[in-house]
Design a protein around this ligand. Structure first.
Ligand SMILES: Cc1ncc(COP(=O)(O)OP(=O)(O)O)c(N)n1
Ligand SMILES: Cc1nc(C(=O)O)sc1CCOP(=O)(O)O
Ligand SMILES: [Mg+2]
Length: 208
């Protein structure tokens, strides 16, 4: 299995956003370091998720970027994505691994060390840890775990830790120092005036 990319771009499908335009700007900059997680709103239909994921897979292929699908693993399988990401309200990690197969990339949300160790033992390829910082992108999250929360998880598992929640290029060095292998972002790219430049800044902070 190729190594996991360090910059995870989560699609922003809120009204007024253009996730494919952001992706087209990010891909030539980050190439195989980019992991695109197709995440749609909860009330989106499977057909809408499928149509977006199919287009993301096609855009990623020439750059050898990785496409994952959030929550809807049947969509991941249907479009030939590299894998998926699950959290507490989704299929359990072991069940998700059985659905996706042994070679797929499987991300799991884990906010503290015990859950992280269980997810890794059940077959997670990487762990999404957050929210690291305050974010307005998703409602109903627990209080931010901060770099110390990232460190607690990173110290407890052997799989890569992807820090998520309010991440910007400025916060990447501290998160990396805490043990994050990479970061996942929505707003830092979707809300950027120049998403290509913002990609370069995030990537620079991740790979220096
Ligand atoms: C990389 C990464 N980490 C965490 C999450 C959150 O997943 P989850 O807890 O299942 O919440 P939803 O994204 O499904 O609302 C993620 N998607 N990616
Ligand atoms: C989808 C999601 N999950 C989170 C978690 O902590 O589980 S934070 C988050 C949203 C991240 O968006 P932004 O980069 O704009 O803060
Ligand atoms: Mg989920």
């Amino acid at each position: 299995m190729p190594s996991l990319g360090r910059l995870h771009l989560i699609t922003d499908t809120r009204p007024g956003r253009d996730p494919l335009a952001v992706l087209r700007a990010a891909l030539p900059v980050a190439r195989a370091e980019l992991v695109v997680q197709v995440r749609v709103e909860d009330d989106a239909t499977d057909r809408q998720a499928y149509d977006l994921a199919r287009r993301v897979v096609a855009l990623c292929a020439p750059y050898r970027a990785t496409c994952l699908v959030n929550d809807r693993l049947h969509v991941a399988l249907a479009v030939g994505a590299a894998g998926g990401h699950v959290g507490a309200d989704d299929l359990p990690v072991g069940a998700a691994r059985r659905v996706l197969g042994s070679t797929a990339v499987l991300g799991a949300t884990a906010r503290e060390p015990l859950a992280a160790a269980e997810a890794a033992a059940a077959g997670a390829s990487y762990l999404g840890v957050g929210p690291c910082h305050a974010t307005s992108t998703k409602r109903g999250l627990p209080a931010p775990v901060g770099p110390d929360g990232v460190r607690a998880v990173a110290d407890s598992v052997a799989v890569p830790v992807i820090a998520i929640g309010g991440v910007t290029a400025a916060s990447v060095p501290t998160l990396r120092a805490a043990g994050a292998y990479g970061v996942a972002v929505v707003g830092a790219l979707s809300g950027a005036v120049d998403p290509g430049r913002a990609t370069a800044e995030l990537l620079g902070a991740l790979t220096c």
